[in-house]
Design a binder for this molecule. Structure first.
Ligand code: XMP
Ligand code: MG
Length: 183
């Protein structure tokens, strides 16, 4: 059996397990108030948002619906291509629903912008966005999430759903990957 210690590849922990839990619970409390009577449709952007999405939905106290979309913008590299491809679309119609797009991290902003425009065309009752982490200096388009967990500078991070080449997703915290790991 091959056992790797992925934690050795982390240069610095940016957001600890405790920090993430506290912030996710705060965001969930806010959404519970804002969406109390609206039965929001929570859309998980796979795979990166999976842990954030599960913890957020579990902590929300209002009725909600769940659906999943899978997009690809990165392939296996650490650099954005700006090209968004839908790998798996939503199962259900979102017309007249209060949609909340749950994204892991905003970098160029192109993925979230694309998804927001795509969903708008499907005529939902409303559409809002939430991301766990926003790399505020990296945006390449006009984008501002309605709800945001943390902001950060320009680093490549992994953990809590975020990956490099599909590794590191199950780290319980978000950390900066040592550059020598991918350069
Ligand atoms: P854009 O550039 O469209 O990118 O805002 C959003 C998607 O890119 C991925 N991404 C990252 N994944 N560490 C990751 O593991 C990062 O630092 C990072 N930055 C962007 C992510 O999938 C996000 O949904
Ligand atoms: Mg993602």
């Amino acid at each position: 059996m091959r056992i790797t210690n992925e934690q050795n590849d982390i240069a610095e922990v940016l957001f600890s397990q405790e920090m993430i839990k506290k912030r996710v619970d705060e965001l969930a409390a806010q959404l519970t108030v804002d969406y109390e009577q609206k039965d929001p449709l929570m859309v998980c952007v796979l795979k990166g948002a999976s842990f954030f999405y599960a913890d957020l939905c579990r902590s929300m106290k209002c009725r909600l619906f769940m659906d999943f979309i899978a997009v690809s913008s990165y392939g296996t590299s650490a650099r954005s291509t700006g090209v968004v491809k839908i790998i798996k679309d939503l199962d259900k119609n979102i017309t007249d629903k209060h949609v909340i797009i749950v994204e892991d991290i905003i970098d160029s902003g192109l993925t979230l912008k694309y998804l927001t425009e795509l969903f708008h065309a499907r005529k939902p009752a409303s559409i809002k966005t939430i991301c766990l982490v926003d790399k505020i200096n990296k945006h390449q388009c006009e984008i501002k999430p309605d709800y945001c967990g943390f902001t950060m500078g320009d680093h490549f991070v992994v953990g809590y759903g975020l990956d490099y080449s599909d590794f590191y997703r199950n780290l319980p915290y978000i950390g900066i990957l040592k550059p020598e790991t991918y350069e």
